[in-house]
Each structure stands twice: as C-alpha cells, then as structure tokens.
Design a protein around this ligand. Structure first.
Ligand SMILES: [Zn+2]
Ligand SMILES: [Zn+2]
Length: 1013
C-alpha cells in the first residue's frame, strides 16, 4: 500500500530538527490513513494474546493539565509497546460525566450559591441539561489534548458514565450487593459538607485537607461530688460540647492530678510540663499519679444542663457523662483526656454504641442546631463555637482559648470545613467483606512499595462505604420505599421500572421516563406488594465514585467483561488509591463475590508540580494546561521529558525550559543520526534488501566497531524492555538516551566517519556494511523509542526506512517489538571497548591540560595501563590513533624511564595514564590548521543548506597571511576531500573576486573569510 506523504520527501535533509512541523505532518498522516484504527484491528485479528484495559475516565469538569498528561503518556506508552509485542488491547476511551464536580462547575456558571437556590431558580430539568452541555464543552478540549499528545486511544467505542445503558449495568453491582445483604440504610457518622449539603465518602474526605483557622480551647469539666477537681480537656470544635456525652482516657497511660492554685486538674502525666508551659502556669505541683483505668466510670458535671433540657434528660441514663476507657486516646498531644460527642465523631459514635449510649444529633440538613439543642437551636454548628466559649467562661470553666491554624479536612469541591454527623444514609457494608477485599488487593502488582503499602493500609481500615448523596446529577439510587409500611425494593433496569410504574393519576397513562435521571425518575411510583400502599423512590443519587468505579462491568458487554476483566494494567494518579482504584476493587468483589481485583497491576503516579516544586493551583496561576503548552511546544519533547525526568511515583517538577536542554539534545541527535545515515547510504547506492547484516557478515565486512555497537544494542533492548516491564520508565528512557547519544553518536560515528568520506569504489563494500549496521541499529532504536516519542519515530521511519524499502509496514506501529539476538552479544568486546573509550577520554583530559585542541594531530601518545589492558588496547591501535588524533602510540605497563618531562603533558584516571607529546612541527600544525578550517567550511555548508554528500565546485579561504598559507599548502587535496569540494583555494589576502559571497570567521583571534560555490 502506497503512502502519500505530503511534504517534499527530501526537504527534511536540509532542515534542522523542527518537531512542531514534524508532529503536524505525522498527525495528518495518522488521521488520513487511520493508522490507530488499523493498528487496533490488526491486533484484534492477529495477536499473541489479549490484555484487558478499561480507561480511568477523566472527569469532564475542567481542562486537561500537565498532571493528566503525565498519566495519559504512560497509558499510551504501554499501549504502543504491548501492541508492538503483538497483544490486542481494547484501548477504548471513557468519560466520567456525573457527580458533584460537574454539578458545582454548572452552579458556578449559573451563578447560584447553594443547592436550595439552584432548585428554586433553575430547577432540576434545566440543571441536568446544563450538566450535559458542560461535559460536552470540556470533551472537545480533552479530545484536542489527546490528539496533540499523540494518543492512540480509540474513541469509536468510548463510554459515557451518564448514559442509561451504563447506569443500568452500574445498578447490577447494587443488585448483587442487595442480594448479599451488603446494601442498606444505616445510622452512621459521615463527613458532611454544609456547602454542598451532602455527605462525603471516606475516600472523598482524604482528597481535601487544607490549612484552616479554628479556636484552640482548653476547658474544664468538674468531677461530680468533688469540690475542686476537674478534668482538663482540649478541643478545636467547641460546638461539639453541645452534643458531649462522655469523656475518654487511655486505660494503661499514666494520669496525674495537678495542683494549680486551689484546684486539682486531671490530665495525662506526660503532658503536665508541656501544658503548664503552654498555659504559662509556673506555680503547680503534681499531687498524685495513677493509671487511666482507675478513672473509669467517674461521673462529671455536664455544664449546660440548664441550657439544653435534652442533655439534662440524657444525664440520667447510665454511662452518660461518665469517664470511659478507650485505646484510641492519644496521650502524646493535648491533655490526654478527650470529650466524646457520638453525634459528631466516628470513634465517639462507636464508643457510644458499645455502651448503649444513645446518639444525640440535634442538627438539620444545613447543619443548624434544632429545637433539641435548647438555647443553641437555630445556630449553624460552627457559629455556635463562640456561644459555647462564652457560656464556659460564665461558668468559670474556660482555661485558655486562642486561634490555631491546622490541617483540617475540607470539602474537596467547595472547600467548606467538613462536619461529622451521625446521619441516616445508604451504605455498602464493604466492611463485612473486607477480608476478601484485602486479599484481592494483595494479589495485585503495584510496582512500588510506597503506594502499595498506603493502599493496603487504607483498605484495612475497613470502613463501610456511604454511597448516598443528596444531589441531582448522578446515578439515582434505585430503591423504592413504601410510604405506608416502609417495605423496600431495589430495581435494576429501566424495563423493570416501567413495568412496575403506577399510571399517572391525572391522565391514567403510564408515566414517561426519558432517561434514568432525576427529576424524571422521581415521578415514578410503584404499588407496595406487601400492603398495597404507594412506594416512592428514595431521593438519593449515588456517590459519583460508585459511578466511575462501575466501569469494568458497565462499560463492556457480558462477553467483553469475560474477555477483558480482570484487566492487565492500569495507571492513574496517586490520589486514586482512595478514589478509582478503591471503588473499582470494592465493586468488583461485591459483583463477583470472589477475592479478586478487576486489575492485575496498578501503577500510581505522582503529582505534577511547577518548575519551583509548588503545587499547581488556580490561585497561584501556575497550572499548565496541555493544549496551550503543546500549541508552542513539541509533544515528543514533553513525552520524553516527563518520562525521563523522574520515577513515575515521584512528584515531578515540570519545567519546559529544562525539557529544551538535554531531552531536546537527545531527540535532535536521533534526528541528525538518521539524516547522516540517509545521505551517505543513498549516495553510495545502499539497498537494504541486498546489503543486509547477513550479507555483511557473510563477506566478512563487519569490523570491531560494528560488532561492538551491535552488542551494545542487544543490551539496550534488554534493558528497555526490563525497565518498561517494571514501570521504571525513567531508566528505560535513560538507556535509550545513553545508547543514542553516547554509543552511536559520540562513539561509533567518529570511528567510521572517515571511512564514509571517501567515494573510492575499492572500499564501497565496507561502506555498505557500515550502512547495513546503521540500518539495523537505527531502525531498532526507532522501534524502542516509538512508545516514548511516536511522532519523530514515525517521521524517520517513513523518511528513511520506508524511503529505502517501501515493502515495509505502512506505519512503524505495525512493526514487531525488538528482541535481543544472542549471536550479536559479545561481552568481552564490550569490556575492551570500554577500556579503549576510557583511554581516549583520558587522552582528551591530557589535551585539555596542555590546551591542545582535539582537531590538532599530535606526534605521539604513551598510554600506561596494567598488563592485560596493554594486550587488549593493542588490538585497537588503529582506532586509538584515529580517535585520539595522534600519529603514534605506545601502550606500556610502566612509564618509559628516559621520558623527558619537558614538552609532555599527562592525565590519569583510575588505572590509566596518558602522556602526550606537545611538540608540533610544521606538518602537524598545517594538518591541525586544515582541520580547523575544514570544520568551519562544513558548518558553512550546513548553514547554506547544502546536502552534505553533494560535491561542490570551489572553496576559498582568504586573509590567512602567508605563513598559514605555507603551512596549509601540503594539505589542500585532503581538505578538498574532507569538505567535499572539487578544489580548495587559499589566499593570504582578500582576492578581487566579485562573484564570491564571503563569510567572516575567527581563527586564533584573527578575522578570516570563507566562500563556497
Ligand atoms: Zn462541599
Ligand atoms: Zn407497604
């Protein structure tokens, strides 16, 4: 199949590396020829196995930024790499469309402040429409970002979490939970956002810690029946004293009774000194010490019985307003005595349930105190702090109060301080199956210990999952409850709902259900099968994390689910341990009843920070969005940089300026090596079908440098593959960097460059063998680079490899992933070359010490090394002379005794010492001068856009002075050959030659002129 490549096929040979142009061209090429689509179909048809995949759906409520890009690059890398290995992966996109994030984005757009205003002013129907419009608006930006990044994701089969078909399958999870008794209503302490007016899951709480200001309050509760004895207690939430029912101490910790003035205060022994210092009390003494358990059962005087009649009533119950012992009490902070409000705290709640203490929760939906709170009724919880402090002061119970800034959980969306409230909610009782969940999680591969431990520790907390939300834009909870007898049923399909639906009393017709969302679904009533009463839907929607967590089942058909789940590999940001990774796991264990995760491997990657290491945020204005970034910068460069910069689990400081240095140099080197190869190979009539590596081997044309390079290549293939498998992308990319920049460009090319300059037919076969080697090495390198930088690799594959051989596959992505070939491995040769390179590098150090340019040929080098190194260096004498640029070399064990120290410079490293003779006669100086000039002429050729292999007519060098002209005269022919011109002319002054266009250069501090035609 012929490919139409728009650009002039040869144009790139005269250009520098221009990634933005290349990427535009390659995007067009991929799209016009439907390469991504063809790749997926090819692997679906022919594969070595199937690797399931489900996309972690991005929430369509904001712009894709660099943090998102980091994950998407890793996904694409994995996909391309495994596809090249021959696997079929359903790399299908998916979008997270519902939930609080989208609702709040729409609220912001509509300019409403809270849920009540939203419902009154906008109404649910219009609100739902606005939510859909919002996700479609963001969808466009996400698609554009994916396109710019070069993702080979498939969008024909993308999934949307708000569609009926998806929701119906999501409900199947609930049905399974319902059948197993894992779904139900419960009274429990949940984190509640007063702003969003809904509860949050534990996972969501973990997303939103912020530094906030609170009162830091020390107060006293009087021990009943004792005149001057008090418990000293600390809190940052004074309003919870309204709902206080117990105080707790640690049973085995030491407590002290401290005499302060006329009073005795009870607190943890180890906290006495620090607290007295903090409270600036100098005059105190410890009267008595004892264990916490000795305090158990002690009654204290609850101070607000007069303000809150309900508290006076509760006070008469056993265990209320008494000291209890609990292991969770921390005696390392505050006073080691904590007060418990079962209506406002999880541990408090559990402590109360254990002791049959009732739960007292006098709050309405907006977190205002109700009538039950007596004199506090009508106050917003956090606004009651002040009144509580004031009442304590009046009663002489206030010890100290000040403001404190501390980390406190806030709503991850609206940033309100969360309040813990015991509420009636719907729960998935995942705590009942926690053993299975942990067992499932332990079987997963996480690649790095840190995130694995964090994830397992989080799962072991075994908290039930609160899944009900009092919001609008989400999957409705499909539970209907009888208004008369309280009977409940769960349905799990649209058909079931419509079959059961009571006719509309006004029209007598079956109600319509245009989609499975509020408000329409709330207009459907059933008839109770128990009592004949009317059943209404429970008004909740589901936690949006349940929605996205349902994707492994909801996004596939039954058949696909069988085939693709558990999926092979997922990668998402580190915060998804509490998010998607968690909900996927919980739901899958509920669905299957098996201790099995829906993923075999999960890589968590770190956050993206700005160049200075600061978190990216709207308020700092340092968020880097993908689309504007890639408008101006290369996608290949960003992909390479992000993978290269650090380990995937580390936080990454993203600095585009840093990307423009070393990463750019690597890609530019890759580009120029291909240009160098193509120009030379084409000039010599290289034909890859004829001049294969086998042909070169058969004709004995491969020398040590080729055999060394081929051996190095095998090690690089092995390492890249091993590092990819271990998700150590940074090390994989470093191995590629080292191979291309060091081994190929800096080491191999100088070894063969001179062989390629000649066009002597006698040595043609040798040159063709070099091309055969470069063909193999560069093509293999491109394949290895392809998952990392897919644009430049496709470009070079088309421009170089398919230009030589159009029977190659249409796209580099259809090629096979390289596997190392044993026959090319030569460990001994690699060691010998390493020694050779070291010796040459020490010779450069010696030159530097003597201020001798590398281009200046020198008379002699003496290399002093251990005995067995002498033997191996001897084998590569010619290469040493060439690379070190000396006329003669001696490899010896010991420095020659008669060596004069004058006129010699030396350098040493480890066991290698190199001595250089610094004396340069006229011939050596002439040759050095010639090379200096040749280098400048070559630079000029490049600048003027001449193809390097083209032979030009004349080169002129002027204003050299007669001395330099004399030195140069013997080398004119060699110079003409080096710079590929027919004849070189040198002039002491500037000649009168009007036709020439002169270019000025500096040589040893003097201005000279060069012209080429
Ligand atoms: Zn909120
Ligand atoms: Zn009923």
């Amino acid at each position: 199949m012929a490919i139409k490549f728009e650009a002039d096929a040869k144009k790139w040979l005269t250009m520098g590396y221009r990634p933005l142009e290349i990427e535009r061209e390659i995007r067009d090429f991929w799209e016009k020829n439907r390469i991504a689509d063809k790749l997926m179909k090819l692997r679906e048809r022919e594969n070595v196995g199937v690797l399931g995949y489900v996309e972690g759906p991005p929430t369509l409520n904001g712009m894709p930024h660099i943090g998102h890009a980091r994950g998407r690059i890793m996904k694409d890398l994995r996909y391309r790499w495994k596809s090249m290995q021959g696997y079929y992966i359903p790399f299908w996109a998916g979008w997270d469309c519902q939930g609080l994030p989208v609702e709040l984005e729409v609220e912001r757009m509509l300019g409403v402040k809270n849920k009540r205003e939203l419902l009154e002013r906008v109404g649910e129907e219009r609100f739902v429409e606005e939510c859909k419009k919002t996700i479609m608006r963001y969808y466009k930006h996400w698609r554009e970002a994916d396109r710019k990044l070069g993702l080979f994701m498939n969008y024909d089969r993308e999934y949307w979490t708000y569609l009926d078909s998806y929701i119906e399958r999501e409900w199947k999870y609930l049905k399974r939970a319902w059948e197993q008794g894992l779904l139900g209503e419960g009274y429990y302490v949940v984190a509640y956002c007063p702003g969003c007016q809904t509860s949050l899951s534990n996972a969501e709480v973990g997303l939103g810690y912020e530094e906030v200001e609170d009162p830091s309050l020390y107060f006293k509760f009087k021990v009943e029946g004792k005149e001057n004895e008090h418990f000293l207690i600390w809190t940052t939430m004074p309003f919870t004293i309204v709902t206080d029912l117990m105080i707790a101490v640690h049973p085995s910790a030491e407590y002290a009774k401290v005499k302060v003035g006329e009073e005795f205060w009870i607190m943890a022994r180890q906290r006495v000194e620090p607290l007295m210092q903090e409270l600036k009390i100098e005059d105190y003494s410890i009267a008595e010490t004892f264990l916490g358990k000795e305090l158990e059962g002690l009654k204290y005087e609850y101070p607000f019985k007069d303000l809150i009649p309900k508290q006076a009533e509760l006070d008469r119950l056993p265990n209320v307003h008494r000291v209890v012992c609990e292991d969770f009490v921390d005696v390392n902070t505050a006073t080691g005595v904590v007060h418990l409000s079962p209506g406002n705290g999880e541990e408090d709640f559990e402590a109360a349930v254990k002791r049959n203490v009732p739960i007292y929760v006098p709050f309405d939906d907006e977190c205002n105190f109700t009538e039950e709170a007596g004199k506090f009724s009508g106050l917003f919880a956090r606004d009651a702090d002040k009144k509580v402090i004031e009442e304590l002061r009046k009663r002489g119970l206030l010890v100290h109060v000040e403001k404190v800034r501390h980390e406190y959980p806030t709503c991850w969306r609206s940033h309100h301080k969360l309040i813990w409230l015991a509420r009636r909610e719907y729960f998935l009782w995942t705590n009942k199956i926690n053993e299975k969940i942990v067992e499932a999680a332990e079987k997963v591969e996480y690649f790095y210990e840190g995130p694995k431990n964090r994830f397992l520790a989080f799962l072991k907390e075994a908290k039930p999952w609160c899944i009900s939300r009092e919001r609008v834009w989400g999957t409705p909870l499909p539970v209907w409850v009888c208004e008369k007898c309280g009977h409940k049923i769960l349905v799990s399909s649209k058909k079931e709902i419509l079959d059961k639906a009571l006719p509309d009393p006004a029209t007598g017709e079956k109600p319509k259900l245009p989609e499975l969302h509020k408000p329409w679904i709330d207009r459907i009533y059933f008839k109770c099968e128990k009592c004949g009463g009317r059943m209404r839907r429970e008004p909740y929607v589901l936690d949006t994390w349940h929605n996205s967590g349902a994707s492994p089942y909801a996004r596939f058909t039954d058949e696909e689910f069988e085939k693709f789940v558990p999926v092979d590999f997922l990668v998402e940001a580190i915060d998804q341990t509490r998010g998607w990774a968690n909900t996927l796991l919980l739901e899958h264990v509920i669905l299957t009843g098996k201790p099995e995760a829906p993923y075999k491997a999960f890589l968590f990657y770190g956050f993206a920070l700005d160049a200075k290491g600061r978190k990216m945020s709207k308020s700092l204005g340092n968020v880097i969005e993908v689309n504007p970034l890639l408008e101006k910068n290369s996608a290949d460069l960003c992909r390479f940089y992000i993978l290269w910069k650090c380990s995937p689990i580390d936080s990454m400081n993203f600095d585009i300026e840093e990307a423009k240095r070393r990463p750019y140099q690597v890609l530019s080197t890759l580009y120029h090596l291909h240009r160098f190869f193509y120009q030379n190979a084409e000039y010599d009539g290289f034909d890859p079908k004829k001049h294969s590596l086998e042909w070169a081997e058969h004709n004995n044309l491969l020398k040590a440098p080729e055999r060394w390079l081929l051996s190095k290549l095998q090690g690089t293939i092995e390492e890249v593959n091993r590092r990819f498998e271990a998700c150590e992308f940074n090390f994989a990319v470093s191995a590629l960097e080292k191979f291309i920049v060091d081994n190929v460009s800096r080491e191999y090319v100088p070894m063969i460059r001179r062989e390629l300059w000649t066009d002597d037919p006698q040595t043609l076969n040798r040159r063709l063998a070099i091309y055969a080697t470069l063909w193999h090495v560069l093509k293999t390198s491109l394949l290895l680079f392809n998952p990392v930088t897919p644009f430049i690799t496709e470009f070079l594959y088309q421009q170089v490899f398919r230009a030589f051989d159009n029977s190659l596959p249409e796209s580099i992505n259809f090629e096979k992933w390289p596997i190392p070939e044993e026959r090319f491995k030569d460990h001994q040769l690699e060691e010998e070359f390493e020694l050779l390179m070291k010796a040459i590098s020490v010779s450069y150090a010696a030159r530097q010490a003597g201020r001798l340019k590398r281009r200046w040929p020198l008379r002699k080098a003496v290399v002093i090394v251990p005995k067995k190194a002498v033997e191996s260096l001897e084998k590569f004498r010619g290469l040493f002379l060439e690379l070190a640029n000396v006329k003669e070399v001696e490899f010896v064990e010991k420095a020659p005794e008669n060596l004069p120290t004058e006129n010699w410079v030396s350098a040493a490293e480890e066991e290698i010492q190199v001595l250089l003779d610094t004396r340069r006669d006229k011939m050596l100086m002439g040759e050095g001068l010639m090379r200096d000039l040749a280098r400048r002429i070559q630079a000029l050729r490049k600048e003027l856009g001449f193809v390097p292999t083209e032979i030009l007519n004349e080169a002129h060098v002027a204003r050299l002075g007669s001395e330099k002209v004399d030195l140069l005269n013997p080398f004119l022919e060699e110079m003409a050959e080096l710079v590929r011109v027919k004849k070189v002319y040198i002039h002491p002054d500037k000649p009168e030659m009007e036709a020439l266009k002169w270019h000025q250069y500096e040589l040893d501090g003097e201005k000279i002129l060069i012209a080429i035609t």
